[in-house]
Design a binder for this molecule. Structure first.
Ligand SMILES: NC(=O)c1ccc[n+]([C@@H]2O[C@H](COP(=O)([O-])OP(=O)(O)OC[C@H]3O[C@@H](n4cnc5c(N)ncnc54)[C@H](O)[C@@H]3O)[C@@H](O)[C@H]2O)c1
Length: 321
């Protein structure tokens, strides 16, 4: 297949591209490197360093290639920042996605796999969260992704776009070739590892009075390679099996304090942490039910929390970029 990947120089995008390349697909990547890394690009991919919503570039790509599928990962994705500074999130995630969809419609590109998030659910009303859980985001990032989901569904209805929407829970871990290498890291596992290996002084734990097992926030951590595999499983799915939305998580939740303990055990070092105020827009607990993805595309996670932390640790000790 000829596949256009937006955000292919980012953390999840680089692993998705790595796996697609292994299967022999021809890749076109758009990434403006605002949060990505040129060295994360899959060798052989045709790379455009640009905003994915660059209408002229999309004209050029779609008019001179037969693109079978768009995998749309590029987005602004920092929850606390989206609360303080919402407009760039709506601009990039919603407005940009509309431009991409307009160009897909204009050039008859009829398939999209879209990266959504557990943040569309907001504060859980029941756990584990199924795809039919009410959608009440508690931060602008979650709203921006929910708007995208609705726009994509409306396009499916109006011009026959076929979609898979994946609601990722907390992506983590590394492959041999790719891992989290953000300039400004905000994710717990890489930060905990950095605190344990002395790359940072300590770790902030945001809130200790959530209604959870130990008061700290609970999340469902899913290995980035498991996420990439879900994309592969969809590629050859018959068209009447498309137009579905799946959670991608493990159905296991771990609190921040449990992640700290597990990181200390795996690395064999204690880390210093400080409990600080809750961040606005952070739900207490997000744990997925991924039964629907298993029933429909046969997807299930293969990596344990220990494997996630261990792979992230190995990457952080020896990052390739
Ligand atoms: N990491 C997670 O835990 C997680 C969880 C749920 C959903 N997601 C979603 O998965 C996707 C990928 O996340 P990630 O963790 O790999 O993030 P990331 O920041 O590592 O990757 C995003 C990539 O998109 C690029 N990008 C952003 N806006 C762009 C634009 N306008 N034009 C071109 N490139 C642009 C960035 O440069 C970056 O390379 C995002 O859509 C995110 O919302 C991530």
């Amino acid at each position: 297949m000829q596949i256009l990947v937006t955000g292919g120089a980012g953390y999840i995008g680089s692993v998705v591209c790595e796996k697609l390349h292994e299967q022999g697909h021809a890749l076109f990547v758009i990434d403006d490197l605002r949060d990505g890394n040129k060295n994360a690009l899959t060798p052989g991919a045709v790379f455009f360093e640009s905003d994915f919503a660059n209408a002229k570039l999309l004209d050029q790509i779609f008019s001179s290639n037969t693109i079978d599928l768009v995998i749309h990962l590029a987005a602004s994705a920092n929850v606390p920042d989206s609360v303080v500074n919402p407009l760039p999130y709506y601009q990039n995630n919603v407005s940009g996605t509309i431009t991409l969809l307009q160009k897909m419609q204009a050039y008859g590109v009829k398939k999209i796999i879209f990266s959504s998030t557990a943040a569309v659910y907001g504060e859980p009303q029941f756990i584990p969260i199924t795809e039919s859980h009410p959608l009440v985001p508690v931060n602008p990032y979650g709203w921006s992704k929910l708007f995208d989901e609705q726009i994509i569904k409306d396009c499916a209805h109006s011009f026959g776009l076929s979609f898979y929407i994946f609601r990722y829970f907390c992506a983590a871990g590394a492959t041999g070739a790719h891992g989290e290498s953000r300039i400004c890291e905000s994710h717990l596992i890489p930060l905990a590892i950095d605190a344990a290996i002395g790359k940072r002084e300590s770790l902030f734990v945001f809130g200790n009075n959530f209604n959870t097992i130990d008061g700290s926030g609970v999340r469902d951590y899913i290995h980035v390679e498991d996420i990439a595999n879900a994309h592969l499983l969809c590629l050859n799915s018959p068209i009447d099996n498309w137009n579905k939305t799946f959670n991608l998580g493990t159905s296991n939740g771990f609190s921040v304090l449990e992640i700290i303990k597990a990181t200390e055990t795996i690395i064999g070092k204690e880390l210093t942490f400080k409990i600080v105020d809750k961040r606005p827009g952070d739900p207490a607990s997000l744990i997925a039910s991924s039964d629907f993805a298993f029933k429909n595309i046969g997807w299930k996670p293969n990596f344990s929390l220990e494997q996630i932390i261990d792979s992230a640790y190995r990457w952080r000790m020896n990052p390739l970029y």
